[in-house]
Write a protein that binds this ligand. Structure first.
Ligand code: CO8
Length: 258
């Protein structure tokens, strides 16, 4: 297994876990961490033995944002060329479902990283925010686009324009997180969710993730056409046949692709 300086990785069965590990900076996303995160995530994504990935941080911080000290002296051209963080495209196009397990601060790029995941499970201690306005900038990792889609324009505008943080309960009420659990149960709950996903047919999971992504990106009519095609295409897989016959025969399906 590859050794990283800012991450811990492990695989248990079909579930991989990536733990952000820069405790001295509350997991601030510097160029090394981002490069390692993309490498680790893409390696797991390419491994058919991995059916779901849990992404987590420490008890105090999922990630307190992009590394402000590293960014402070960057120019327009530096940032336009990708700043310290080129290569996000690959991360955003991953096919394996990602579950963010968030405890403590998820701020700025940390909140945006969580929003790049498919599911966000939050500890009751989690705090989400886009405080970039306090630094004289605005969200730059997708926050101004994903946050309003998740929680609506007015709440997103309040957070982005004032920099106010949102606690876990408010985040759940607002639709930013999938579920809130006691902090002590966070990793176990995230692992359980990941194991459930990883037990399904991999082609069906990939297609469902694609369709969910389409819902974020396409107008309704186009998204519905995408879904109709994807649904029909599922009938070209042996897992569809197995899944439906197993139901009729009152037994658990034995998916070939998982
Ligand atoms: N960057 C660098 N270092 C950080 C960061 C950060 N984002 N956050 C915390 N740290 C460091 C602190 O400087 C401190 O280091 P040191 O001990 O050397 O002084 C250490 O972590 C511990 O932090 P604090 O002492 O501040 O801990 P507190 O518990 O008092 O406060 C907070 C915790 C509230 C989370 C506080 O640290 C804070 O406000 N952090 C900054 C949050 C922030 O503004 N985040 C947004 C950053 S900008 C961004 O994310 C833009 C993303 C878009 C990039 C697009 C590129 C293309």
């Amino acid at each position: 297994m590859t050794e990283y300086t800012t991450l811990l990785t492990e695989t248990r069965g079909r579930v991989a876990t990536i733990t952000l590990n820069r405790p001295e900076a509350l997991n601030a996303l510097n160029s090394t961490l981002v490069r390692e995160l993309i490498d680790a995530a893409l390696a797991f994504d390419a491994d058919p033995g991995v059916g779901a990935i849990v992404l987590t941080g420490s008890e105090k911080a999922f990630a307190a944002g992009a590394d402000i000290k590293e960014m402070a002296d960057q120019s327009y051209a530096d940032m336009y060329l990708g700043g310290p963080f080129p290569g996000w495209g690959g991360f955003e196009r991953m096919r394996t479902p990602l579950i963010a397990a968030v405890s403590g601060f998820a701020l700025g790029g940390g909140c945006e990283l969580a929003m790049m995941c498919d599911i966000i499970i939050a500890a009751d201690t989690a705090k989400f925010g886009q405080p970039e306005i306090n630094l004289g900038v605005l969200p730059g990792f997708g926050g101004s686009q994903r946050l309003p889609r998740a929680i609506g324009k007015y709440k997103a505008a309040e957070m982005i324009l004032t920099g106010r943080m949102m606690g876990a309960e408010e985040a759940e009420r607002s639709g930013l997180v999938s579920r809130v659990v006691p902090a002590s149960e966070l990793l176990a709950e995230a692992a359980k969710t990941a194991e459930t996903i990883a037990s399904k047919s991999l082609p069906a999971v990939y297609a469902a993730k694609d369709a969910l992504q389409a819902a974020q990106e396409m107008p309704l009519a186009e998204g519905l056409r995408f879904e109709r095609q994807a649904f029909a295409a599922a009938f070209a897989t042996d897992d569809q046949s197995e899944g439906m016959h197993a139901f009729a025969e009152k037994r658990a399906p034995e998916f070939r692709h998982r």
